[in-house]
Every structure is written in structure tokens, then in C-alpha cells.
Design a protein around this ligand. Structure first.
Ligand SMILES: Nc1nc2c(ncn2[C@@H]2O[C@H](COP(=O)(O)OP(=O)(O)OP(=O)(O)O)[C@@H](O)[C@H]2O)c(=O)[nH]1
Ligand SMILES: [Mg+2]
Length: 428
């Protein structure tokens, strides 16, 4: 069915992974444990199986081996005992650290960023998403190229390409750089045609569902629009988000877009590659932020979302905050506290379908609040009407013709409708 779910096929070897986390002073141990739990979920998403976990407390990170040479030797023994295929560090590894550790432990060593990149590479389907991911992977790879990548050079016919005195490594770097620039320009072309398509669409009110991965964005999209977006209890189920239109009770069209979920330490190479897609989603009139209230660390997840939004310059967008999965919140004090802290929040269960009507109404109300410009005409000299218009809208321009004054107004959609109503009754 799906090419990406190859780990479910018989005979597929699930890679055996050992996870490593470091707890630094002043960092609560539970926090590191939670990070490792998330890393375990990511590992399973990538088709691996966790065969061991190492949590080490350190006062500082070791520049050569991150966890120190002695601990790295312990890890090597653990890897042998567990027949591990790879070690995954929650911390970012410098290219040198990864190399040193690999030499010592003699199995593949990757970090969280590489794991996330791998998940994206497996899951992306559209040409645009695939190009974005490949670009991010190559950007990640470039500073990490070592001699073990020498096979790359076979892709260019050898003779004449290899400059005198140039090492294999330099050739490889050049190949990767060239590929990066090719992909970047291919991506620009794809983005342009997407923007053209977007402009061609009618200008309906746009809302974007955003939030931490697995918070329930796709479930909500399905609920609100009868879409059939893929919903799964795993991280990064959505890598090619869909857009669906629905009509409100009052007959307003709303275009709702799902987005790729955010996560702690989303690799910056990925953000760079996905920037245009993310920014387009964030160009929406309204952000609908989904928070998984059932998650023990929902507050941290919300901070992560905040940081990514800040990165993308979208903090001052109009936003509605939705606390999802209230059905799974066992402790009622959690719900009470969240309500108290955010009286504007909407508390729903996308799964069961509670309080979705309230959410629909809030989205609709926001849609009517959006500012727009329009022309209206009133008979010249109808001063009462004109002063009423001034009280409801900003007047940008006026022209007179045939006894009528045409007024360009700028105000919320509700007020535009209101002004039209008044003109219909009194003027016209
Ligand atoms: N208990 C409960 N589970 C929910 C609710 N909403 C969604 N879920 C579950 O949470 C999991 C993730 O839901 P998705 O809709 O795929 O989440 P997402 O935010 O789109 O996740 P990604 O696309 O992976 O970033 C699924 O197993 C859903 O069934 C809810 O209101 N209550
Ligand atoms: Mg999703």
C-alpha cells in the first residue's frame, strides 16, 4: 500500500537502537527522561526498535565524545551485548563527536536531527516535500562528510573531473554542494508554480491548524471539513498537509490547512527547507493552535510551538488556542488550571467531538472580523449617513459622480455588511 511502511513487511529487519540522553546540572531528570521517551517514539516511527537506554548525568558535555571516553566505552559494551545496529543521541552531535564515537563503539552513531530527517525522508510523498527533505539531508551531511562517503564520486564520470592534488573528500564535498544548488533551484521553481496556483484560488478566509506533532491537527481537520486526512498515534503522521474548504452555517467559506507538526529541536536544516511551505501556511488569516492537553508536558510543547512561530515571524497573527484531547485528561485540576490560565481558550475533544461547535463559531467570528477594503456609494449630501460610515470604518478615498459619492472604506467584514445594510435602508 504505502512505500514508507516497509518495516511492516515480513522479513524486514528492524534496526536495533540504543538511546542516549545526558542530564546536565539544573536540568530536572524527569525532563531528560521525557525527552528520551519522545526519542523512543521517533525511533519507532523510523522503523527501529529500542533495545536499550542510557541516561548519563554530567556537569559539562565532553567536546570529543559528548558523554566522555569512559562512558563511551561502556556504551560500546552495551552495544555488543544488545547486538545494536545504531546509537541515537538526544543531544546534537558535532561532526567530530559522531566520528569519534563511531570509531570507539564500532556501530553507527546518529543524533536526534538525523533521526527526524530520516523520518521525513521516509514519509514525504509530494515532489515538493521530497525535494525539501533531500535538500535538508544534504545540508546536514555536508559538514559530516568523511572518507566513508567516497562512493559518491562514482556518480560523475571520473576522468577529467578529478583535479590534480584534489582529495576524494574534496570531490565529494563539491558533488554535494552542486546537488544542493540544483535542488535549491528546483525547489524555487516548484514554489513559484505553487504560489501561482494559490493566487488563482478565490480569496476565501484562510485558517491554518498548527501545533506540536501528534496534538490532533489532522483529526480536527477531518472533523471540521469531512476530509480524510491520515490520523495516526505516531509522530509526524502528516508530512504532506492537505487543505480543505468548508462552509459555515452562515454561508461563509473557510479554507482550512493542516500543517506539519512541530517538535522540540526540529533540525534547522529542515526548517530552512520547509520555510516556504510553513510560511505559506502561516500567511493564513488565522492560526488555530492545537495543544494536546492530555500530554503531561503540554506546556513545554506549547513553548516549542511559540519558538517556531517566532522563528517564522508569525507571532502577531490572529490566533485561536484549542486545548484538545480533554477526554484523556484524567485529573480535573489540570483542566481547571488551564481554563483559569487561558480564559480565551477553547477546550475540545476532536476524537469524541465535544465543543466543536464553539470552535466553529469562534473561527467564523474571526472570519467576520478580518479587515477588508470595499467601495460603497451614497447620495451626495447625506451627511448623517456619511458620518455613520466614518464611525464604522476608515475612509481611504472618495470620488463623486452623477450625484453619488463613492467611498473606499476599510474595516472588518462585519462592519462592511453593516454599512451596506444602513445604506440599503437610508440611502440608495
Ligand atoms: N483521546 C484523544 N485522542 C485524540 C484526540 N484527537 C486526536 N487524538 C489522537 O491523537 C493521535 C494523533 O492525532 P493526529 O490527528 O494524527 O495528530 P496530528 O497533530 O495531525 O499529528 P502529526 O500529523 O503526526 O503531527 C491519534 O491517535 C488521534 O486519534 C482527542 O480529542 N482525544
Ligand atoms: Mg497530522
Amino acid at each position: 500500500m504505502e512505500a514508507g511502511s516497509d518495516h511492516s513487511q515480513p522479513g524486514f529487519h528492524r534496526e536495533r537502537a540504543i538511546l542516549v540522553g545526558v542530564s546536565l546540572p539544573r536540568q530536572p531528570k524527569e525532563e531528560v527522561e521525557e525527552h528520551l521517551e519522545e526519542l523512543a517514539r521517533l525511533t519507532r516511527t523510523a522503523g527501529g526498535v529500542v533495545v536499550g537506554t542510557l541516561l548519563q548525568e554530567r556537569s559539562v558535555l565532553d567536546p570529543a565524545h559528548l558523554i566522555g571516553r569512559g562512558k563511551a566505552a561502556d556504551l560500546a559494551a552495551m552495544a555488543r551485548a544488545e547486538k545494536a545496529d545504531l546509537i541515537i543521541f538526544d543531544q546534537d552531535l558535532s561532526p567530530a563527536q559522531a566520528r569519534n564515537l563511531e570509531k570507539l563503539i564500532e556501530v553507527r552513531v546518529i543524533d536526534r536531527s538525523a533521526l527526524i530527517l530520516d523520518i521525513f525522508a521516509r514519509g514525504a510523498r509530494s515532489r515538493e516535500a521530497r525535494t525539501q527533505v533531500e535538500l535538508a539531508q544534504l545540508r546536514y551531511l555536508l559538514p559530516r562528510l568523511t572518507r566513508r562517503w567516497t562512493h559518491l564520486s562514482r556518480q560523475v564520470g571520473g576522468i577529467g573531473v578529478r583535479g590534480v592534488g584534489e582529495t576524494q573528500l574534496e570531490i565529494d564535498r563539491r558533488i554535494v554542494r552542486k546537488k544542493i544548488s540544483q535542488l535549491s533551484s528546483a525547489l524555487r521553481t516548484i514554489e513559484k508554480s505553487r504560489q501561482v496556483r494559490r493566487k488563482g484560488r478565490s480569496r476565501a478566509y484562510q485558517a491554518a491548524l498548527i501545533g506540536y506533532t501528534n496534538s490532533g491537527k489532522s483529526t480536527l481537520l477531518n472533523r471540521l471539513t469531512r476530509a480524510a486526512a491520515k490520523v495516526e498515534d505516531r509522530l509526524f503522521a502528516t508530512l504532506d498537509p492537505m487543505t480543505r474548504r468548508y462552509r459555515t452555517r452562515q454561508g461563509k467559506d473557510i479554507v482550512l490547512t493542516d500543517t506539519v507538526g512541530f517538535i522540540r529541536k526540529l533540525p534547522h536544516q529542515l526548517i530552512a527547507s520547509f520555510r516556504s511551505t510553513l510560511q505559506e501556511a502561516l500567511e493564513a488569516d488565522l492560526l488555530v493552535e492545537i495543544i494536546d492537553l492530555g500530554h503531561p508536558n503540554y506546556e513545554v510543547q506549547r513553548e516549542v510551538t511559540e519558538r517556531v512561530l517566532g522563528d517564522l515571524g508569525a507571532l502577531d497573527k490572529p490566533r485561536i488556542t484549542v486545548y484538545n484531547k480533554i477526554d484523556s485528561v484524567a485529573d480535573p485540576t489540570i483542566l481547571d488550571r488551564a481554563r483559569q490560565q487561558d480564559p480565551e481558550g477553547i477546550f475540545v475533544s476532536a476524537l469524541i467531538g465535544t465543543h466543536l461547535e464553539e470552535l466553529r463559531e469562534r473561527i467564523e467570528a474571526a472570519a467576520w472580523e478580518v479587515l477588508m477594503e470595499d467601495w460603497v456609494s451614497v447620495p451626495i449630501g447625506s451627511t448623517r449617513l456619511i458620518s455613520r460610515i466614518h464611525s464604522l470604518a476608515e475612509v481611504i478615498d472618495t470620488t463623486s459622480r452623477n450625484g453619488y459619492m463613492r467611498i473606499r472604506i476599510r474595516t472588518s467584514r462585519v462592519n462592511v455588511e453593516r454599512i451596506r445594510g444602513i445604506i440599503g435602508k437610508e440611502g440608495g
